[in-house]
Write a protein that binds this ligand. Structure first.
Ligand SMILES: C[S@@+](CC[C@H](N)C(=O)[O-])C[C@H]1O[C@@H](n2cnc3c(N)ncnc32)[C@H](O)[C@@H]1O
Ligand code: SF4
Length: 457
């Protein structure tokens, strides 16, 4: 069992600045245009993994949530999904043969809203994937679900299609907050769905919440977290609302005056932390909690946790193939991203024989070493400097001289310790893991002042 994080108000006031979420290193902001299928082929030539994590992006949603920062297309026209599946089929048929020596360990459908698809469309997609990729009997199959728009028999269909994990977007139970973000939903329906998911045998039930939304107060959110805990999900993500209206037009519909103050936001997260820990959840890191007997908590305790674009995961050694509009892949040491808007995605597939790759970055040897250090810290909260040096053929103290200088103030403030070749994040430092990782990030020119990321708490 890991040490519980400690809330230290003085540190919070000093260090609550913006920073990357490190679902990758370098972050997606480092991707540049001009990448194409040939870059995937070169990446595959030097990749050593034979295990695949497959991500499929379904961009459609039937209604706009004003806070949303995801890549989505709002529509009520179901036929748009048929055309999308036609293009996705072209991409699958072109790309899957390259991965015939891989076994799919993990399939994740994200969005947008994957359950925008009808049962017929969902079946078509899964059958297509099964026909072209090698799935094992143990493949983890997960899907993001918007509980408001779920067809009556969808959970049963998903189970029949082999899905064993579900993630429900809840965000908040409070009626006024739901109205302010244009996402009204009924708590009773959600309760029914979670009960049904358990009865059907889904082995992991995740729920997404957001704090910092308009009209939320510390007491209203405390009540929402209590309602969430009563539903007993296995994992919970409590995201910090990233309000970036200059990037996401929908967020301009949110009135600044309705947003909770910085102080209230912090109180909400503090309360959430206490409520979740009291309810027996383990703090996995940043915004993520899992029941102590959940595989994420077990993996963290065994130092086997991993992090990718979907967040924390137990699949350590997989290459990641992302298909669909805006999807990101990580093959060996190359990050690749498909075109982000539907028109360009469709155009690319029409003109390039099934590839929609547009952006990317080849990790150089420094990126690979820094990525390993950041991932170890973000997943385990500690790093064995001697073992790291041996594994990567570097002298940690020399190689990371810049990082070890940058981290000194954090050591002085009791957030990190270095002793006997172990770099450890203390209970006080856990909430600032993003700031600690930023010391190892060679791309940050002004580490503590970046406005392109959300605040760490
Ligand atoms: C693709 S959505 C989940 C599936 C489905 N579309 C839904 O909303 O239920 C992914 C999650 O991202 C989170 N999210 C979206 N916009 C966000 C923002 N601006 N700040 C923080 N979290 C956000 C929400 O918690 C949401 O559940
Ligand atoms: S939060 Fe989910 S349902 Fe709402 S707009 Fe974003 S992706 Fe769509």
């Amino acid at each position: 069992m890991k040490e519980l994080p400690i809330w230290d108000q003085t540190l919070i006031e000093k260090y609550n600045v913006a920073g990357p979420r490190y679902t990758s290193y370098p972050t997606a902001l480092s991707l540049t245009e001009g990448f194409q299928q040939q870059d995937l082929l070169s990446a595959m030539a030097s990749a050593t993994s034979r295990s695949l994590s497959l991500y499929i992006h379904i961009p459609f949603c039937s209604q706009l949530c004003y806070y949303c920062g995801c890549n989505k297309v709002i529509t009520r026209h179901q036929a748009k999904a048929d055309s999308y599946l036609d293009f996705l089929a072209t991409e699958i048929i072109a790309q899957a043969p390259l991965f015939k020596h891989y076994t799919v360990e993990q399939l994740h459908l994200g969005g947008g809203t994957p359950t925008f698809l009808t049962s017929t469309q969902m079946t078509r997609l899964v059958k297509l994937l099964e026909q072209h990729f090698n799935f094992s009997a143990h493949t983890e199959r997960g899907i993001e679900i918007d509980p408001r728009s779920l067809a009556d028999n969808m959970l049963v269909n998903l189970r029949d299609l082999g899905f064993n994990r579900v993630s429900f977007g809840i965000q908040d139970f409070n009626d006024a907050v739901q109205l302010a973000v244009n996402r009204p939903q009924h708590a009773d329906k959600l309760k029914q769905l979670i009960t049904q998911a358990r009865q059907l045998g889904f082995t992991s039930i995740n729920a997404d919440m957001i704090y910092g939304l308009p009209l939320q107060t510390p007491s209203s959110f405390k009540h929402s977290i209590a309602q969430l805990i009563a539903l007993n999900p296995d994992r919970v993500s409590v995201f910090n609302y990233a309000h970036l209206p200059e990037r996401f037009a929908a967020q301009r519909k949110i009135k600044n005056a309705d947003l909770p103050s910085a102080h209230d936001k912090l109180t909400m997260f503090k309360n959430t932390l206490e409520q979740m820990l009291d309810a027996g959840y383990q703090f996995i890191g940043m915004d993520h909690f899992a029941k102590a007997d959940n595989e994420l908590a077990i993996a963290q305790n065994k130092a086997e946790l991993h992090r990718n674009f979907q967040g924390y995961t137990t699949h350590q050694h997989c290459d990641l193939l992302g298909l669909g509009v805006s999807s990101i892949s990580l093959i060996g040491h190359t990050l690749l991203q498909n075109h982000k808007d539907l028109k360009s995605y469709y155009h690319a597939l029409n003109t390039t024989h099934g590839s929609a790759i547009n952006k990317g970055v080849h990790l150089n040897s420094d990126d690979v070493i820094r990525a390993a250090a950041i991932k170890t810290l973000i997943c385990q909260f500690e790093l064995d400097m001697r073992a790291f040096s041996q594994h990567h053929g570097v002298n940690f103290n020399h190689y990371f001289a810049d990082a070890l200088t940058a981290i000194k103030p954090l050591i002085a403030d009791g957030m990190v310790t270095i002793a006997d070749n172990m770099l450890r994040v203390t209970a006080r430092g856990k909430l600032f893991i993003r700031i600690i990782c930023m010391c190892f990030d060679a791309y940050l020119q002004q580490p503590l002042n970046s406005t392109r990321f959300s605040r760490v708490i």
